[in-house]
Design a protein around this ligand. Structure first.
Ligand SMILES: Cc1cc2nc3c(=O)[nH]c(=O)nc-3n(C[C@H](O)[C@H](O)[C@H](O)COP(=O)(O)OP(=O)(O)OC[C@H]3O[C@@H](n4cnc5c(N)ncnc54)[C@H](O)[C@@H]3O)c2cc1C
Length: 521
Protein backbone atom coordinates (compact mmCIF):
# COMPACT_ATOMS: atom_id res chain seq x y z
CA UNK A 1 0.00 0.00 0.00
CA UNK A 2 1.42 3.40 -0.91
CA UNK A 3 1.92 6.09 1.70
CA UNK A 4 2.55 9.78 1.08
CA UNK A 5 4.62 12.63 2.46
CA UNK A 6 1.76 15.02 1.82
CA UNK A 7 -1.93 14.35 1.35
CA UNK A 8 -3.89 17.40 0.20
CA UNK A 9 -7.70 17.27 0.52
CA UNK A 10 -9.34 19.43 -2.15
CA UNK A 11 -7.98 20.54 -5.54
CA UNK A 12 -9.27 24.10 -5.63
CA UNK A 13 -7.62 27.51 -5.75
CA UNK A 14 -5.39 26.76 -2.75
CA UNK A 15 -5.02 22.96 -2.80
CA UNK A 16 -3.48 22.80 -6.26
CA UNK A 17 -0.93 25.48 -5.39
CA UNK A 18 0.31 23.83 -2.19
CA UNK A 19 0.33 20.36 -3.77
CA UNK A 20 2.45 21.60 -6.69
CA UNK A 21 4.91 23.37 -4.39
CA UNK A 22 5.33 20.19 -2.32
CA UNK A 23 5.71 18.04 -5.43
CA UNK A 24 8.48 20.19 -6.88
CA UNK A 25 10.66 19.34 -3.86
CA UNK A 26 10.53 15.65 -4.84
CA UNK A 27 8.27 14.67 -1.92
CA UNK A 28 5.45 12.22 -2.65
CA UNK A 29 2.14 14.07 -2.90
CA UNK A 30 -1.42 12.83 -3.22
CA UNK A 31 -4.00 15.46 -4.20
CA UNK A 32 -7.56 14.26 -3.56
CA UNK A 33 -10.54 15.91 -5.23
CA UNK A 34 -14.17 14.92 -4.79
CA UNK A 35 -15.22 16.28 -8.21
CA UNK A 36 -14.37 15.25 -11.76
CA UNK A 37 -12.35 16.92 -14.52
CA UNK A 38 -13.19 20.47 -15.61
CA UNK A 39 -11.16 22.11 -18.37
CA UNK A 40 -10.57 20.35 -21.69
CA UNK A 41 -6.89 19.86 -20.84
CA UNK A 42 -7.84 17.91 -17.69
CA UNK A 43 -10.21 15.59 -19.54
CA UNK A 44 -13.40 17.62 -19.10
CA UNK A 45 -16.09 16.57 -21.53
CA UNK A 46 -18.60 19.42 -21.38
CA UNK A 47 -17.33 20.96 -24.60
CA UNK A 48 -19.45 23.61 -26.28
CA UNK A 49 -21.25 22.97 -29.58
CA UNK A 50 -19.14 25.58 -31.38
CA UNK A 51 -15.66 24.49 -30.25
CA UNK A 52 -14.63 20.90 -29.55
CA UNK A 53 -11.48 21.71 -27.57
CA UNK A 54 -13.00 24.08 -25.02
CA UNK A 55 -15.31 23.11 -22.17
CA UNK A 56 -17.74 25.50 -20.51
CA UNK A 57 -15.07 26.04 -17.81
CA UNK A 58 -12.44 27.15 -20.32
CA UNK A 59 -14.45 29.97 -21.85
CA UNK A 60 -13.92 33.23 -19.97
CA UNK A 61 -17.29 34.74 -20.95
CA UNK A 62 -19.11 31.76 -19.39
CA UNK A 63 -17.84 32.48 -15.87
CA UNK A 64 -21.00 34.32 -14.92
CA UNK A 65 -23.29 32.30 -17.18
CA UNK A 66 -22.84 28.82 -15.69
CA UNK A 67 -26.25 28.99 -14.01
CA UNK A 68 -27.77 29.14 -17.48
CA UNK A 69 -25.87 26.12 -18.81
CA UNK A 70 -27.48 22.73 -18.02
CA UNK A 71 -24.12 20.87 -18.26
CA UNK A 72 -22.90 22.87 -15.25
CA UNK A 73 -25.73 21.62 -13.02
CA UNK A 74 -23.73 18.98 -11.17
CA UNK A 75 -20.69 21.11 -10.37
CA UNK A 76 -22.06 22.90 -7.34
CA UNK A 77 -21.39 21.24 -4.00
CA UNK A 78 -24.66 19.73 -2.78
CA UNK A 79 -23.83 19.82 0.92
CA UNK A 80 -22.90 23.44 1.65
CA UNK A 81 -25.07 26.48 2.47
CA UNK A 82 -23.18 28.82 0.12
CA UNK A 83 -22.40 28.19 -3.52
CA UNK A 84 -19.09 26.37 -4.03
CA UNK A 85 -17.68 24.39 -6.95
CA UNK A 86 -17.17 20.66 -6.37
CA UNK A 87 -15.05 19.96 -9.44
CA UNK A 88 -11.33 19.95 -10.26
CA UNK A 89 -10.26 23.56 -9.67
CA UNK A 90 -13.09 24.29 -7.22
CA UNK A 91 -14.05 27.96 -7.21
CA UNK A 92 -11.24 28.75 -9.63
CA UNK A 93 -13.08 27.11 -12.55
CA UNK A 94 -16.64 28.19 -11.75
CA UNK A 95 -16.04 31.75 -10.64
CA UNK A 96 -16.42 35.07 -12.44
CA UNK A 97 -12.69 35.29 -13.34
CA UNK A 98 -12.24 38.56 -11.47
CA UNK A 99 -8.54 38.65 -10.61
CA UNK A 100 -8.16 41.17 -7.81
CA UNK A 101 -4.69 41.27 -6.33
CA UNK A 102 -5.04 41.76 -2.57
CA UNK A 103 -4.24 45.19 -1.13
CA UNK A 104 -1.35 45.42 1.32
CA UNK A 105 -3.79 46.12 4.18
CA UNK A 106 -5.66 42.88 3.47
CA UNK A 107 -3.01 41.18 5.62
CA UNK A 108 -3.30 43.54 8.60
CA UNK A 109 -5.45 41.08 10.59
CA UNK A 110 -3.21 38.08 9.85
CA UNK A 111 -0.81 36.98 12.61
CA UNK A 112 2.82 38.11 12.80
CA UNK A 113 4.75 36.42 10.01
CA UNK A 114 1.84 36.92 7.61
CA UNK A 115 1.75 40.70 7.14
CA UNK A 116 2.20 42.08 3.63
CA UNK A 117 5.99 42.38 4.03
CA UNK A 118 6.10 38.68 4.92
CA UNK A 119 3.90 37.48 2.06
CA UNK A 120 5.10 39.82 -0.70
CA UNK A 121 7.57 37.33 -2.18
CA UNK A 122 4.93 34.59 -2.11
CA UNK A 123 2.57 36.95 -3.96
CA UNK A 124 5.27 37.72 -6.52
CA UNK A 125 5.75 33.99 -7.19
CA UNK A 126 2.02 33.66 -7.76
CA UNK A 127 1.75 36.66 -10.08
CA UNK A 128 4.69 35.43 -12.14
CA UNK A 129 2.85 32.20 -12.92
CA UNK A 130 -0.67 33.52 -12.92
CA UNK A 131 -0.55 37.19 -13.87
CA UNK A 132 -4.14 37.93 -14.93
CA UNK A 133 -4.76 40.54 -17.56
CA UNK A 134 -6.58 43.86 -17.90
CA UNK A 135 -6.80 43.34 -21.66
CA UNK A 136 -7.73 39.72 -22.37
CA UNK A 137 -8.37 40.00 -26.10
CA UNK A 138 -5.23 39.22 -28.14
CA UNK A 139 -6.16 41.84 -30.73
CA UNK A 140 -5.77 44.56 -28.09
CA UNK A 141 -9.44 45.64 -28.15
CA UNK A 142 -12.17 45.79 -25.52
CA UNK A 143 -15.55 44.37 -26.56
CA UNK A 144 -19.11 44.94 -25.39
CA UNK A 145 -18.25 48.14 -23.55
CA UNK A 146 -21.61 49.86 -22.99
CA UNK A 147 -21.35 49.63 -19.19
CA UNK A 148 -17.87 51.11 -19.28
CA UNK A 149 -18.93 54.05 -21.44
CA UNK A 150 -22.02 54.80 -19.36
CA UNK A 151 -20.39 54.58 -15.92
CA UNK A 152 -17.26 56.54 -16.79
CA UNK A 153 -19.59 59.35 -17.92
CA UNK A 154 -21.53 59.13 -14.65
CA UNK A 155 -18.37 59.28 -12.53
CA UNK A 156 -16.60 61.97 -14.59
CA UNK A 157 -17.74 65.07 -12.59
CA UNK A 158 -16.69 63.59 -9.23
CA UNK A 159 -12.91 63.20 -9.41
CA UNK A 160 -12.65 59.44 -9.86
CA UNK A 161 -9.39 58.10 -11.28
CA UNK A 162 -8.85 55.30 -13.81
CA UNK A 163 -6.09 52.88 -12.78
CA UNK A 164 -4.58 49.57 -13.87
CA UNK A 165 -5.37 47.30 -10.93
CA UNK A 166 -2.53 44.92 -11.75
CA UNK A 167 -0.04 47.76 -11.40
CA UNK A 168 -1.69 49.58 -8.47
CA UNK A 169 -3.51 47.01 -6.32
CA UNK A 170 -3.68 49.52 -3.43
CA UNK A 171 -5.56 52.16 -5.48
CA UNK A 172 -8.98 51.35 -4.02
CA UNK A 173 -10.53 54.73 -3.25
CA UNK A 174 -12.53 56.57 -5.91
CA UNK A 175 -10.89 54.50 -8.61
CA UNK A 176 -12.23 52.44 -11.48
CA UNK A 177 -10.82 50.24 -14.20
CA UNK A 178 -11.28 47.65 -16.89
CA UNK A 179 -11.41 44.50 -14.76
CA UNK A 180 -8.36 42.30 -14.48
CA UNK A 181 -9.55 38.89 -15.69
CA UNK A 182 -8.04 35.57 -14.83
CA UNK A 183 -7.43 34.84 -18.51
CA UNK A 184 -4.37 33.56 -20.34
CA UNK A 185 -4.16 32.93 -24.10
CA UNK A 186 -7.88 33.45 -24.49
CA UNK A 187 -8.83 30.77 -21.94
CA UNK A 188 -9.72 30.74 -18.24
CA UNK A 189 -6.50 30.75 -16.27
CA UNK A 190 -6.02 29.81 -12.61
CA UNK A 191 -4.24 26.95 -10.84
CA UNK A 192 -5.66 24.22 -13.08
CA UNK A 193 -3.79 25.83 -15.96
CA UNK A 194 -0.83 27.50 -14.24
CA UNK A 195 0.16 25.03 -11.47
CA UNK A 196 -1.42 21.63 -12.06
CA UNK A 197 0.48 20.71 -15.26
CA UNK A 198 3.79 21.38 -13.45
CA UNK A 199 2.77 18.97 -10.69
CA UNK A 200 1.49 16.34 -13.11
CA UNK A 201 4.86 16.32 -14.88
CA UNK A 202 6.39 14.87 -11.70
CA UNK A 203 6.36 11.12 -11.01
CA UNK A 204 6.07 11.77 -7.27
CA UNK A 205 2.70 13.53 -7.72
CA UNK A 206 -0.69 11.86 -7.98
CA UNK A 207 -4.07 13.48 -8.54
CA UNK A 208 -7.08 11.36 -7.65
CA UNK A 209 -10.46 12.66 -8.80
CA UNK A 210 -13.97 11.62 -7.69
CA UNK A 211 -12.54 10.88 -4.25
CA UNK A 212 -14.15 12.50 -1.26
CA UNK A 213 -12.14 12.91 1.90
CA UNK A 214 -14.23 12.06 4.95
CA UNK A 215 -11.81 12.85 7.79
CA UNK A 216 -8.23 12.92 8.96
CA UNK A 217 -7.40 9.73 10.85
CA UNK A 218 -6.12 10.97 14.19
CA UNK A 219 -4.68 9.53 17.39
CA UNK A 220 -4.25 12.35 19.88
CA UNK A 221 -2.15 14.98 18.10
CA UNK A 222 -0.89 12.75 15.32
CA UNK A 223 -2.54 12.26 11.95
CA UNK A 224 -1.74 8.96 10.28
CA UNK A 225 -3.79 9.28 7.09
CA UNK A 226 -7.19 10.18 5.70
CA UNK A 227 -10.36 8.22 5.16
CA UNK A 228 -11.71 8.57 1.61
CA UNK A 229 -14.86 7.54 -0.21
CA UNK A 230 -14.95 6.79 -3.93
CA UNK A 231 -17.82 7.43 -6.35
CA UNK A 232 -19.38 4.03 -5.52
CA UNK A 233 -19.49 4.93 -1.83
CA UNK A 234 -16.76 2.53 -0.77
CA UNK A 235 -14.29 3.74 1.80
CA UNK A 236 -10.63 3.18 2.56
CA UNK A 237 -7.79 4.70 4.58
CA UNK A 238 -4.91 6.31 2.70
CA UNK A 239 -1.77 6.36 4.82
CA UNK A 240 0.76 9.09 5.46
CA UNK A 241 4.46 8.28 5.48
CA UNK A 242 6.05 8.63 8.89
CA UNK A 243 6.34 12.36 9.61
CA UNK A 244 4.01 13.14 6.70
CA UNK A 245 1.45 15.92 6.69
CA UNK A 246 -2.24 16.26 5.80
CA UNK A 247 -3.42 19.56 4.35
CA UNK A 248 -7.14 20.40 4.34
CA UNK A 249 -7.96 22.60 1.32
CA UNK A 250 -11.65 21.85 0.82
CA UNK A 251 -12.72 25.51 0.93
CA UNK A 252 -14.47 27.63 3.56
CA UNK A 253 -17.78 25.80 3.11
CA UNK A 254 -16.31 22.26 3.49
CA UNK A 255 -13.06 22.35 5.48
CA UNK A 256 -15.02 22.90 8.73
CA UNK A 257 -16.87 19.60 8.00
CA UNK A 258 -13.55 17.76 7.66
CA UNK A 259 -12.41 19.20 10.98
CA UNK A 260 -15.66 18.30 12.78
CA UNK A 261 -15.35 14.79 11.31
CA UNK A 262 -11.82 14.60 12.71
CA UNK A 263 -13.01 15.47 16.22
CA UNK A 264 -11.86 19.09 16.01
CA UNK A 265 -14.23 21.99 16.75
CA UNK A 266 -16.95 22.92 19.22
CA UNK A 267 -18.23 19.84 21.08
CA UNK A 268 -21.84 20.56 20.01
CA UNK A 269 -20.88 20.17 16.33
CA UNK A 270 -18.74 17.07 16.85
CA UNK A 271 -21.62 15.58 18.85
CA UNK A 272 -23.89 15.95 15.78
CA UNK A 273 -21.36 13.88 13.80
CA UNK A 274 -21.16 11.35 16.62
CA UNK A 275 -24.94 10.92 16.78
CA UNK A 276 -25.55 10.84 13.04
CA UNK A 277 -27.24 7.65 11.86
CA UNK A 278 -26.25 8.20 8.22
CA UNK A 279 -22.73 9.55 7.76
CA UNK A 280 -20.79 6.71 9.44
CA UNK A 281 -17.89 8.84 10.57
CA UNK A 282 -15.46 7.23 13.02
CA UNK A 283 -14.47 9.89 15.52
CA UNK A 284 -11.55 9.79 17.94
CA UNK A 285 -12.47 9.03 21.53
CA UNK A 286 -14.22 11.99 23.17
CA UNK A 287 -11.23 12.61 25.44
CA UNK A 288 -9.22 13.36 22.29
CA UNK A 289 -11.60 15.94 20.86
CA UNK A 290 -9.87 19.25 20.29
CA UNK A 291 -12.00 22.22 21.24
CA UNK A 292 -11.37 25.00 18.70
CA UNK A 293 -13.74 27.63 17.26
CA UNK A 294 -14.15 25.81 13.92
CA UNK A 295 -17.06 27.19 11.92
CA UNK A 296 -17.02 30.51 13.80
CA UNK A 297 -16.13 33.79 12.14
CA UNK A 298 -17.26 32.93 8.63
CA UNK A 299 -17.46 36.08 6.52
CA UNK A 300 -18.64 37.02 3.04
CA UNK A 301 -19.16 40.12 0.93
CA UNK A 302 -22.85 41.11 0.80
CA UNK A 303 -23.81 41.78 -2.82
CA UNK A 304 -26.40 44.37 -3.88
CA UNK A 305 -27.70 44.11 -7.42
CA UNK A 306 -28.61 47.70 -8.27
CA UNK A 307 -30.28 48.27 -11.62
CA UNK A 308 -30.05 51.76 -13.15
CA UNK A 309 -31.89 53.09 -16.17
CA UNK A 310 -29.86 55.06 -18.67
CA UNK A 311 -31.40 58.51 -19.18
CA UNK A 312 -28.88 59.97 -21.61
CA UNK A 313 -30.41 59.54 -25.08
CA UNK A 314 -27.10 58.73 -26.82
CA UNK A 315 -25.85 56.32 -24.18
CA UNK A 316 -29.21 54.55 -24.01
CA UNK A 317 -28.77 53.53 -27.66
CA UNK A 318 -25.67 51.45 -26.80
CA UNK A 319 -26.32 47.74 -26.98
CA UNK A 320 -24.75 44.85 -25.09
CA UNK A 321 -24.57 41.12 -25.62
CA UNK A 322 -27.17 39.08 -23.74
CA UNK A 323 -26.67 35.70 -22.06
CA UNK A 324 -28.44 34.06 -25.03
CA UNK A 325 -26.03 35.75 -27.44
CA UNK A 326 -23.01 34.58 -25.45
CA UNK A 327 -24.34 31.03 -25.39
CA UNK A 328 -25.04 31.08 -29.14
CA UNK A 329 -22.15 33.13 -30.51
CA UNK A 330 -21.95 34.35 -34.09
CA UNK A 331 -19.55 32.79 -36.61
CA UNK A 332 -17.37 35.90 -36.30
CA UNK A 333 -17.16 35.59 -32.50
CA UNK A 334 -16.33 31.89 -32.78
CA UNK A 335 -13.53 32.70 -35.21
CA UNK A 336 -12.27 35.48 -32.92
CA UNK A 337 -12.30 33.06 -29.96
CA UNK A 338 -10.13 30.61 -31.91
CA UNK A 339 -7.56 33.42 -32.21
CA UNK A 340 -7.77 34.37 -28.51
CA UNK A 341 -9.82 37.49 -29.22
CA UNK A 342 -13.33 38.90 -29.07
CA UNK A 343 -16.06 39.06 -26.43
CA UNK A 344 -15.86 35.36 -25.53
CA UNK A 345 -12.34 35.73 -24.07
CA UNK A 346 -13.43 38.44 -21.62
CA UNK A 347 -15.00 37.77 -18.23
CA UNK A 348 -18.47 39.25 -17.68
CA UNK A 349 -17.66 42.41 -15.74
CA UNK A 350 -17.04 45.57 -17.74
CA UNK A 351 -15.98 48.08 -15.07
CA UNK A 352 -14.89 47.74 -11.45
CA UNK A 353 -15.09 50.65 -9.09
CA UNK A 354 -13.83 51.09 -5.55
CA UNK A 355 -14.48 53.43 -2.73
CA UNK A 356 -13.24 53.80 0.83
CA UNK A 357 -16.07 54.64 3.23
CA UNK A 358 -15.42 56.19 6.64
CA UNK A 359 -18.25 55.84 9.16
CA UNK A 360 -19.09 58.41 11.85
CA UNK A 361 -17.01 56.51 14.42
CA UNK A 362 -13.98 56.69 12.10
CA UNK A 363 -14.03 53.02 11.13
CA UNK A 364 -13.13 52.31 7.52
CA UNK A 365 -14.79 49.91 5.11
CA UNK A 366 -14.45 49.42 1.37
CA UNK A 367 -17.00 49.10 -1.41
CA UNK A 368 -16.28 47.22 -4.61
CA UNK A 369 -18.77 47.36 -7.46
CA UNK A 370 -18.69 44.98 -10.43
CA UNK A 371 -20.72 46.43 -13.25
CA UNK A 372 -22.14 45.27 -16.55
CA UNK A 373 -25.25 45.52 -18.70
CA UNK A 374 -27.87 42.81 -18.58
CA UNK A 375 -30.61 44.53 -20.59
CA UNK A 376 -30.03 47.34 -23.07
CA UNK A 377 -30.73 50.78 -21.65
CA UNK A 378 -29.75 49.71 -18.11
CA UNK A 379 -26.62 49.18 -16.04
CA UNK A 380 -26.34 46.54 -13.34
CA UNK A 381 -24.08 47.47 -10.42
CA UNK A 382 -23.05 44.50 -8.33
CA UNK A 383 -21.97 46.49 -5.27
CA UNK A 384 -20.29 44.65 -2.41
CA UNK A 385 -19.17 45.68 1.07
CA UNK A 386 -15.65 44.38 1.59
CA UNK A 387 -12.64 44.92 3.86
CA UNK A 388 -13.48 46.42 7.23
CA UNK A 389 -16.93 44.82 7.35
CA UNK A 390 -17.18 43.21 10.77
CA UNK A 391 -20.25 40.97 10.44
CA UNK A 392 -19.41 37.35 11.14
CA UNK A 393 -21.47 34.21 10.89
CA UNK A 394 -21.11 30.63 12.04
CA UNK A 395 -21.09 27.31 10.21
CA UNK A 396 -22.41 24.12 11.75
CA UNK A 397 -23.12 20.60 10.55
CA UNK A 398 -26.39 18.67 10.16
CA UNK A 399 -26.61 14.94 10.91
CA UNK A 400 -26.57 14.22 7.15
CA UNK A 401 -23.15 15.91 6.85
CA UNK A 402 -24.38 19.09 5.18
CA UNK A 403 -22.87 22.27 6.55
CA UNK A 404 -25.30 25.11 7.31
CA UNK A 405 -25.29 28.64 8.69
CA UNK A 406 -25.99 28.58 12.40
CA UNK A 407 -25.72 32.34 11.96
CA UNK A 408 -25.76 34.18 8.61
CA UNK A 409 -22.55 36.10 7.93
CA UNK A 410 -23.97 39.13 6.07
CA UNK A 411 -24.82 42.62 7.41
CA UNK A 412 -25.12 41.76 11.07
CA UNK A 413 -23.68 45.01 12.43
CA UNK A 414 -24.88 48.63 12.48
CA UNK A 415 -21.47 49.75 11.21
CA UNK A 416 -21.77 47.57 8.09
CA UNK A 417 -25.25 48.92 7.36
CA UNK A 418 -24.08 52.48 7.89
CA UNK A 419 -21.25 52.03 5.38
CA UNK A 420 -23.63 50.60 2.78
CA UNK A 421 -26.02 53.52 3.33
CA UNK A 422 -23.20 56.02 2.95
CA UNK A 423 -22.42 54.50 -0.43
CA UNK A 424 -26.07 54.41 -1.47
CA UNK A 425 -26.50 58.07 -0.53
CA UNK A 426 -23.52 59.05 -2.61
CA UNK A 427 -24.58 57.22 -5.79
CA UNK A 428 -28.08 58.66 -5.43
CA UNK A 429 -26.51 62.14 -5.17
CA UNK A 430 -24.60 61.43 -8.37
CA UNK A 431 -27.84 60.31 -10.02
CA UNK A 432 -29.49 63.62 -9.11
CA UNK A 433 -26.51 65.67 -10.32
CA UNK A 434 -26.82 67.97 -13.34
CA UNK A 435 -24.66 65.78 -15.54
CA UNK A 436 -26.16 62.45 -14.48
CA UNK A 437 -26.81 59.85 -17.19
CA UNK A 438 -28.58 57.36 -14.88
CA UNK A 439 -31.57 57.07 -12.58
CA UNK A 440 -32.44 54.24 -10.24
CA UNK A 441 -34.86 51.67 -11.62
CA UNK A 442 -37.23 51.98 -8.61
CA UNK A 443 -38.28 55.52 -7.90
CA UNK A 444 -36.35 57.20 -10.75
CA UNK A 445 -34.97 60.64 -9.85
CA UNK A 446 -36.82 60.57 -6.52
CA UNK A 447 -35.34 57.22 -5.47
CA UNK A 448 -34.30 57.02 -1.82
CA UNK A 449 -31.83 54.96 0.15
CA UNK A 450 -34.79 52.76 1.15
CA UNK A 451 -35.45 52.03 -2.54
CA UNK A 452 -31.90 50.73 -2.86
CA UNK A 453 -32.22 48.59 0.29
CA UNK A 454 -35.52 47.26 -1.06
CA UNK A 455 -33.70 45.29 -3.77
CA UNK A 456 -32.25 43.11 -0.99
CA UNK A 457 -28.83 41.51 -0.98
CA UNK A 458 -27.22 38.20 -1.56
CA UNK A 459 -23.95 36.38 -0.99
CA UNK A 460 -21.05 37.33 -3.27
CA UNK A 461 -19.73 33.77 -2.68
CA UNK A 462 -16.47 35.14 -1.32
CA UNK A 463 -16.47 33.09 1.87
CA UNK A 464 -13.51 33.45 4.22
CA UNK A 465 -12.79 32.32 7.76
CA UNK A 466 -14.36 29.43 9.61
CA UNK A 467 -11.15 27.51 10.14
CA UNK A 468 -8.68 30.19 11.22
CA UNK A 469 -7.67 27.75 13.96
CA UNK A 470 -4.07 27.43 12.83
CA UNK A 471 -0.66 28.64 13.98
CA UNK A 472 1.78 30.67 11.88
CA UNK A 473 2.70 27.52 9.94
CA UNK A 474 -0.97 26.93 9.06
CA UNK A 475 -0.97 23.94 11.45
CA UNK A 476 -4.18 23.21 13.34
CA UNK A 477 -3.66 23.96 17.03
CA UNK A 478 -3.29 20.84 19.13
CA UNK A 479 -2.08 18.69 16.24
CA UNK A 480 1.40 17.79 15.03
CA UNK A 481 0.76 17.39 11.34
CA UNK A 482 -2.66 18.63 10.29
CA UNK A 483 -2.79 21.89 8.32
CA UNK A 484 -5.50 24.08 6.77
CA UNK A 485 -4.65 25.98 3.61
CA UNK A 486 -7.59 27.64 1.88
CA UNK A 487 -9.90 30.64 2.17
CA UNK A 488 -11.07 29.45 5.59
CA UNK A 489 -7.87 30.61 7.31
CA UNK A 490 -8.23 34.22 6.08
CA UNK A 491 -9.02 36.15 9.28
CA UNK A 492 -10.89 39.14 7.81
CA UNK A 493 -12.58 40.01 4.53
CA UNK A 494 -10.30 41.03 1.68
CA UNK A 495 -10.89 44.31 -0.18
CA UNK A 496 -11.56 42.45 -3.42
CA UNK A 497 -12.73 39.06 -4.64
CA UNK A 498 -11.21 36.21 -2.71
CA UNK A 499 -9.39 33.95 -5.16
CA UNK A 500 -6.09 35.80 -5.61
CA UNK A 501 -5.61 36.30 -1.86
CA UNK A 502 -6.40 32.61 -1.28
CA UNK A 503 -3.65 31.67 -3.72
CA UNK A 504 -1.21 34.09 -2.04
CA UNK A 505 -2.05 32.38 1.25
CA UNK A 506 -1.35 29.00 -0.38
CA UNK A 507 2.05 30.13 -1.70
CA UNK A 508 3.01 31.50 1.72
CA UNK A 509 1.72 28.44 3.58
CA UNK A 510 3.66 26.09 1.27
CA UNK A 511 6.83 28.00 2.11
CA UNK A 512 6.18 27.75 5.87
CA UNK A 513 5.18 24.09 5.79
CA UNK A 514 8.18 23.09 3.68
CA UNK A 515 10.44 24.89 6.15
CA UNK A 516 9.22 22.49 8.86
CA UNK A 517 11.25 19.74 7.21
CA UNK A 518 10.79 16.54 5.30
CA UNK A 519 8.94 13.42 6.31
CA UNK A 520 11.16 10.54 7.41
CA UNK A 521 10.91 7.49 5.15
C1 LIG B 1 -19.97 31.38 -8.19
C2 LIG B 1 -18.70 31.94 -7.65
C3 LIG B 1 -18.15 33.09 -8.23
C4 LIG B 1 -16.96 33.63 -7.72
N1 LIG B 1 -16.36 34.67 -8.38
C5 LIG B 1 -15.10 35.05 -8.03
C6 LIG B 1 -14.36 35.94 -8.85
O1 LIG B 1 -14.80 36.37 -9.92
N2 LIG B 1 -13.10 36.27 -8.44
C7 LIG B 1 -12.57 35.80 -7.27
O2 LIG B 1 -11.45 36.18 -6.93
N3 LIG B 1 -13.24 34.92 -6.50
C8 LIG B 1 -14.47 34.50 -6.88
N4 LIG B 1 -15.11 33.55 -6.16
C9 LIG B 1 -14.46 33.03 -4.94
C10 LIG B 1 -13.25 32.14 -5.21
O3 LIG B 1 -13.50 31.26 -6.28
C11 LIG B 1 -12.90 31.40 -3.92
O4 LIG B 1 -12.56 32.35 -2.94
C12 LIG B 1 -11.74 30.44 -4.06
O5 LIG B 1 -11.97 29.48 -5.07
C13 LIG B 1 -11.52 29.75 -2.73
O6 LIG B 1 -10.49 28.81 -2.86
P1 LIG B 1 -10.37 27.58 -1.88
O7 LIG B 1 -9.15 26.84 -2.27
O8 LIG B 1 -10.52 28.04 -0.50
O9 LIG B 1 -11.67 26.68 -2.17
P2 LIG B 1 -12.23 26.09 -3.53
O10 LIG B 1 -11.63 26.79 -4.70
O11 LIG B 1 -13.70 26.04 -3.39
O12 LIG B 1 -11.65 24.61 -3.56
C14 LIG B 1 -12.08 23.59 -2.70
C15 LIG B 1 -11.93 22.26 -3.42
O13 LIG B 1 -12.08 21.22 -2.49
C16 LIG B 1 -12.91 20.21 -3.05
N5 LIG B 1 -13.53 19.50 -1.93
C17 LIG B 1 -14.49 19.94 -1.07
N6 LIG B 1 -14.75 19.00 -0.16
C18 LIG B 1 -13.94 17.95 -0.42
C19 LIG B 1 -13.75 16.67 0.18
N7 LIG B 1 -14.45 16.29 1.27
N8 LIG B 1 -12.84 15.84 -0.38
C20 LIG B 1 -12.13 16.19 -1.48
N9 LIG B 1 -12.29 17.38 -2.11
C21 LIG B 1 -13.16 18.26 -1.56
C22 LIG B 1 -13.90 20.98 -3.93
O14 LIG B 1 -14.47 20.14 -4.90
C23 LIG B 1 -12.97 22.05 -4.52
O15 LIG B 1 -12.34 21.59 -5.68
C24 LIG B 1 -16.32 33.01 -6.61
C25 LIG B 1 -16.86 31.85 -6.04
C26 LIG B 1 -18.03 31.32 -6.55
C27 LIG B 1 -18.59 30.07 -5.94
Amino acid sequence: EPSYDYIVAGAGAAGIVVAQRFAETGASVLLLERGGPSTFATGGTSTVSWNDTATIYDIPAYGHQLNFIPEADGVWCSDTPGLAGCILGGGSVVNGLQWVKPATWDFEDFPAGWKWDNVATAAARLYERNPGTSLPSADGKYYDQAAYQILTKQLAPYGWREVDSLVEPDAKDKTYYHPADNVQDGLRSGPVRTYLPLAEAKKNFKLQLNTKVIRAVRTNATITGVEVEDASGSRQIVRLAQGGKVILSAGAMSTPRLLFNSGIGPAEQIRVVQQSKTTNVTLPDELQWINLPVGKNIQDHPLFRLVWNVTDPDLSKLTSLSTAQFLNPTAEQVEQFAKGSGPLVQGSIRLNLWQKITNQDGSVRYIESMNFVRANGTVLMGATLTHGADSRGELGIYPNGTTYFVKQPLLQTAGDREAVENFFRQILDYARGPESVLEYSRGGRDATVEDLWAGGWDSARHFTGGAAVVDVDARVYGTENLFVVDASVIPSLPTGNSMAITMVVAERAAERILALGKAKR
